[in-house]
Write a protein that binds this ligand. Structure first.
Ligand SMILES: C=C(O[C@@H]1C=C(C(=O)O)C=C[C@H]1O)C(=O)O
Length: 175
């Protein structure tokens, strides 16, 4: 039975269990590159804010499956359009996922992770969760999407929190 009343909390729910407002669903269920879609709204850039090696949190460990218990590169960035923060993202890349041909994912700097993920062999997004909660920097509550990607057979997580400024930009583009 889909959840309709979603209270602000930290729990990720399988996307198919939620009834989302049409505009929100259009973005959270988009199978393509978020970077490419944001670039279509205006001048875009990625502002890295954190890059550490550490343990995924409890839910991330579960979402990564058996790779979850090992250390991972944690990357947190803000995505800006017209210099306005519109998305806060947290990516969790297990160190074994970064071995070999995937090693470029560990050194993205201010380049979009998406530019590497969608390059051949393109990563496959194989599971999506949704939540309505705080962003990594504590903004919100706002809608969030957690995606598990598999690149060359190895998993990684990308959580994107859609800040209110994105909906403002879409609904009042001239503001
Ligand atoms: C996964 C993508 O990459 C985007 C870029 C990110 C980064 O540079 O860390 C993180 C989340 C994504 O919104 C995408 O463009 O779809």
């Amino acid at each position: 039975m889909p959840d309709t009343a979603l209270h602000a909390d930290a729990h990720w729910r399988a996307q198919e269990r939620l009834v989302l407002p049409p505009l929100i669903r259009d973005w959270l269920a988009d199978p393509g590159s978020l970077t490419a879609r944001l670039r279509g709204l205006g001048p875009f850039r990625v502002a890295p804010s954190r890059r550490v090696v550490g343990a995924p949190d409890f839910e991330e460990q579960h979402q990564l499956g058996q790779m979850g218990r090992q250390r991972a590169l944690i990357r947190e960035v803000t995505l800006l359009v017209h210099e306005r923060p519109v998305v806060e993202a947290r990516s969790v890349l297990p160190l074994t996922t970064l071995a070999g041909a995937n090693r470029g994912l560990a050194h993205m700097g201010s380049r979009s992770l998406g530019s590497e993920l969608y390059r051949r062999p393109a990563a496959r997004r194989d599971q999506v969760w949704v939540r309505f909660g705080l962003s990594p920097s504590g903004q919100g509550p706002c809608w969030g999407r957690q995606s598990r990607f598999v690149k060359r057979g190895r998993p990684l997580l990308v959580a994107e929190h859609f800040l209110p400024a994105l909906w403002d930009l879409l609904l009042e583009p001239d503001r």
